[in-house]
Design a protein around this ligand. Sequence first.
Ligand code: LUZ
Ligand code: MOS
Length: 763
Amino acid sequence: MNHLDPIRHVRGESQYLDDVPVQHGTLYAAVVESPVAHGKLLTVDATAALELPGVVHVLTARDIPGENQIGGIVPDEPLLAEGHVHFRGQPVALVLAETEHAAHAALAHVRVEIAPLPIITDPRVAAAQGELLVPPRTFRIGDSEEAWAGCAHVFEGVAESGGQEHLYIETQGAYAFPTEMGGVRIISSTQGPTAVQRHTAHVLGLGMHQVEVDVTRLGGGFGGKEDQATPWGALAALGAFVARRPVKLVLDRMADMRMTGKRHPYSSDFKIGLSADLKIVAYEVTFYQNGGAAADLSPAVMERTLFHSTNTYFIPNVTATAYSCRTHLPPNTAFRGFGGPQGMFVIESAIASAAERLGVPATEIQRRNLLREGDLFPYRQPAEGCHAEQAWDTAAELFDLPARRREVDEFNRTHRWQKKGLAVMPICFGISFTKTAMNQARALVHIYTDGSVGVSTGAVEMGQGVNTKIAQVAARTLGISVDRIKVESTNTTRVANTSPSAASATADLNGKATELACLALRERLLQLASTELSMDYEGLHIENEQVLAAGKPANTSWEKLVSAAYWQRVSLSENAHHATPDLHFDATTNQGYPFAYHVYGTALTTVQVDCRRGTYEVQAVQIAHDFGQSLNPAVDRGQIEGGAVQGIGWMTLEELVYNEEGRLLSNSLNAYKIPDLYAAPKVLDVHFLDTPGHSRAVMRSKAVGEPPLMYGIGAYFALRDAVRAFNPDSTISFSAPMTPEKVLVNLHPEFTPTPSDAWNSPA
Ligand code: LUZ
Ligand code: MOS
């Protein structure tokens, strides 16, 4: 079965926020941003702006009727700046005007006066000054301190990974309408409708029942709309609340890039100890996370970095510490992988460092230390249903790792100015929100009297195909065709108290709730069929698969039965709740059972570098991935391909540059390069491993959203391999992204780059 949406997408028929027909009387909002990264806010003077034609209101913190606070984990973030500004691009005021043009034209006429204060952009500097967003955390197993003495080899180093712009195709935005009785209805481009509802209610001083949030679909989220869709929803709602008119607020691309947080850059210290036979005995790592100016989701991201600090390896002695550092950048936030990729980059750097210094292939160390069934993660959950070795061995055999290695070496022997590189990247990703309480979901299923079905859940469709999967779950469970099912918009009045669509867990959580609701309806209908109607009803009982496989429209007896149920006054609606069983985690000991299960896989990456220019090509990414029993191989393959390419972008081309004043210099697609058709791998193979899936996964189809991003880490190490083939003495640092400029400098260390003048020239 294909994804339900693409034909409409391609025809431009799908409705996104900006396609919602504009209601008469709508005002347009534009955001006045702080022009400096840190300072004392002296005045916000809107007099001149208010004299411009079409300008209706300029709202500041003083106009907020409730509490000026949108912090999630920590209450440290105002909706509109008050007293101080903490990052460049921080919302200071909101202009409301009759047209979009008038609103934007007014921005420059709002006079904002700020007394500048010192600016920190480096997380290590922040940590040294005690600027932490939350106290540090340490995950510990065994005793690494004791273990060093017993190691044959110990290596230390530093690893750095950069941020990443989400670059969802649809920018942030919201459209808010005042409702009768003083409430608001918000159409929001958010992964977290409940977060928009909760914070808007708080800001407006309303009950949550007075705020309705509706989401049809997003043009991408990638984590950027898990928490950071909230300010735009709340600002539009504030405008609608004050003006008593509909208010539409959509960020343009450059405003979105300037004002919103991104993937967290990390700077980390590692120390790895190995035995003579290359077993990893001990690992110590300290992460400095660049959190930006407010906590946002940084503490949770930092925690997931710790969870994934050993990737897919068993290490008996681990001490992993993380600092979430406050800097004067926009608050960094969730991004596909949620800190996991950053943690995994460091352990892979440590292994590469050891391998290079010992003169052995990194793959020797990697393969020898893969997790096995029952091995403990540093947080004491055992690896259950562990497919780490299966994934590696399948990939190595299927894609012939020894032959790939020989080909690369042979090519490098015979070519002077072109070099190839190869890396293997095994992954392991824990599925569940690490905050146990968030692992719950509800579904509301209505069967209409004609036998058609409407399903509402908390899942937000953002291109990932969750609605397709939910429709499949309902169809399979009820034994009817998918055409009879509509997955409705995500609306806080139909399904309340939802977790965001995040953590790769959306299909599992909402799919399971859908399955439960459909099972209850099916039981009820079966009972009716057997007792009340003495119907010999087979369509529902079994043969569901056959009915679907035969491509028959809904079994006619389904309609008969549904109609009978109505006339017998049997309810045709069901609301079900699912909570992932068995999860627990103690955040004081950092031990427990936080994940429903883990997803495994392995990628082989081959690159070729032009050693005169530093330019490169990712030739092949060949993946063996653990999908379990895939509900939808087409959708799942798409997630792997997109995730891998997005990960390659993070590791290679995508370079966020802020200057020392905290100004984003890579502020448009002229200056921020994401993978395009040319940068995508020439070959991208995805092999579906034969694995049973997990009973905690929806219909044993394992979560697939975030894990593949981490295959992209292989591209960094493959490039490093190619650089070292050209220049074996290279003292190349573990620093991603490995841009062509960086490759060039590492190929030719005698070539001294000029300081980044280009970046510092006035924009
Ligand atoms: N969001 C969240 C996430 O709130 N908790 C998580 O554990 C998580 N993991 C991945 C992505 N988003
Ligand atoms: Mo996400 S990083 O699962 O919103």
